[in-house]
Design a protein around this ligand. Sequence first.
Ligand code: ZN
Length: 311
Amino acid sequence: MPGKSRTIRKEIKKKQRQRRRQKQAQQRDKQLEEEEAEKQKVIDPEYQKWQKQQLEWEEFERLASERQQQDEEEAWLRREALAQRQFQLDAAERRCEEDKINRLREQQAQELASIKEQQRQRREERKRMADRAAAEFESMMKTMDEYLNDTDTLKPPPLELQRLVETHPQERLCEFFTRTNCCRFGHTCSHNHRRPMLAKILLIRHFFSHPLLKLTSSDDYLELTEHDLRDSYDEFFHDAVAELEKFGKIVNFRALRNTLDYLRGHVFVEYAQERHALRAFINLQGRYYASRQLNVEFSNLKGWRGAVCGT
Ligand SMILES: [Zn+2]
């Protein structure tokens, strides 16, 4: 029966609609209830208090977090500022050190330049002195040559040759050298040694030599006597005078029989004229006698007594 089944279907559909509507109504009611509960809650003073506290707490946390962040930022900025300051201090210190080093280098360079300049000036001064000495020597040789070859034999020596040579003109005279023309300090003596450029007297150092004059212990030369020394000296005297007479007239001949190293065997020869002495000087200087090189110089000995204590 189709009519019946349609009715049933209608009924079923009707039921279904009813259920749907009921469900919707239930849902609506539930929502309304919830909304109502919510409204109730909002107006509940406890809830409002709790909510207020909650909000205060959240605000406090936010502020605390903000504050912490700010503190951290400030700390970082302080560290950064300190680091910057330290960097600037280090840089300033480095610059200061570099300046110091540069100044030191500059100073050293200046000192070196000054030393080099002084050395150059000293070299130039030495060269000037050497040149002047060489020129003076040349001039002196020429003057000596002219004086030696002058036919007027009675003419006194030129003024240039009558000069005195001094080792330390500012110092006081060396007494020993002045008295004997010898000094145990030789060229190293700090006092003034004054000698003539030309004189009638010649000093020939260590000209006479004999073992007895070198005596340090008499035992070494027991067999030698004063008589041996006398014989040797006589022989030397005759030989030397014969040689020295070739240059001019000799008026005095004295030998030192002193055993001191710096006096031993020195011979003083006095010629009648400076010209003779000069001739002897030129011929004997550097020549060998008895296998020893002769060392000759002009002497301004004032008296024999002070200088010579032997024959
Ligand atoms: Zn002296």
